[in-house]
Design a protein around this ligand. Structure first.
Ligand SMILES: [Zn+2]
Length: 303
């Protein structure tokens, strides 16, 4: 288990959010290093937001202070008023019921993943301000990011850990590999000058695996390490089959796994249950509300 300071350092280092663009993941990330909340929050928005807007946002969320340290931000309740936007209310029940997933990280590698924060699916329908988001529990940044469609599991130690072997990504449920890409540059990172992601001149294309499950749902695993994809199209996989390694390919500022869930109608779901998501979890073992550990279990068995 890595030290708490190391964990904090990694948490400060990375600020991740993604949207999936078809086969290529577009992952917006900014990574101000070792900064306080002021810079972490304001820096990503410096190009499209002035201080009045920031102050306005601060006032809208009474218990979210921009000058908190990130640690404070992560330990204090940032719940904002939420409206039940359960996706199940908007779409017909999927055929063949709902899937249940294991966390898509191999159990032996779970300590390489940040347990405190998952950058989750954004349930706030408003657009245009990156910080305006709402995760499954009704929390705002840094638990989510405007327009994010998946769940980001962050590699502690970033590229150092990636170079030492990274963490293995496992299939979250049995199914068939229907799409993948590999061989793309995997050291994409935040560029302080442009406040955007740079792939050092290489194509910004993600290494990824897509699995179709027997009930028609699909899961996507993105930003994988170059040449790490361990399956081929048509392969039958079990829950727990290794798919590849966590990397930083595509629109990604630091190594992490973007996990995305799509139902048979093409609707993207948040696998986490919560007041801002659907009331039931798509994880086999979602941690209880208020737990200090944000990660569901890697086990492929029901509790
Ligand atoms: Zn993402």
């Amino acid at each position: 288990m890595r030290s708490f300071n190391h964990l904090l350092s990694s948490m400060f280092w990375v600020f991740v959010s993604c949207t999936l663009c078809g086969a290529l993941c577009a992952c917006e990330e900014q990574s101000p290093q070792e900064t306080g909340m002021d810079e972490l929050v304001s820096n990503p928005f410096s190009t499209d937001m002035d201080m009045n807007q920031l102050n306005s946002m601060q006032n809208e969320s009474s218990d979210f202070e921009l000058d908190q340290t990130i640690d404070d931000a992560l330990t204090q309740d940032q719940t904002v008023d939420t409206i039940d936007q359960g996706m199940e209310a908007n779409y017909p029940p999927p055929p063949n019921g709902y899937p249940l997933f294991a966390l898509p990280i191999m159990p032996e590698d779970i300590d390489f993943i940040d347990h405190r924060v998952v950058f989750g699916v954004d349930h706030d329908p408003s657009e245009g301000q990156r910080i305006r988001c709402e995760d499954y529990a009704g929390r705002i940044f840094p638990y989510c990011y405007d327009g994010h469609l998946g769940s980001d599991f962050i590699l502690l130690g970033a590229f150092e850990t990636m170079d030492q072997g990274s963490a293995r990504v496992q299939s979250a449920l049995a199914g068939t590999v229907i799409d993948l890409d590999d061989g793309n540059y995997d050291r994409c990172h935040a560029d302080a000058l442009t406040a955007d992601v740079s792939c050092d001149g290489y194509p910004m294309q993600a290494n990824y695996v897509t699995i179709e499950h027997d009930n028609g749902w699909r899961t996507d695993y993105l930003h994988l390490k170059r040449n790490s994809v361990a399956v081929t199209i048509g392969d039958r996989v079990s829950c727990g089959t290794v798919l590849g390694l966590v990397g930083s390919s595509g629109y990604s500022s630091a190594p992490h796994l973007h996990f995305e869930v799509t139902d048979p109608y093409g609707v993207i779901w948040d696998p986490f249950a919560g007041p801002s998501s659907q009331p039931f979890s798509l994880w086999l073992n979602q941690p209880p509300s208020g737990s200090s550990d944000s990660l569901p279990s890697t086990s492929c068995s029901s509790p």
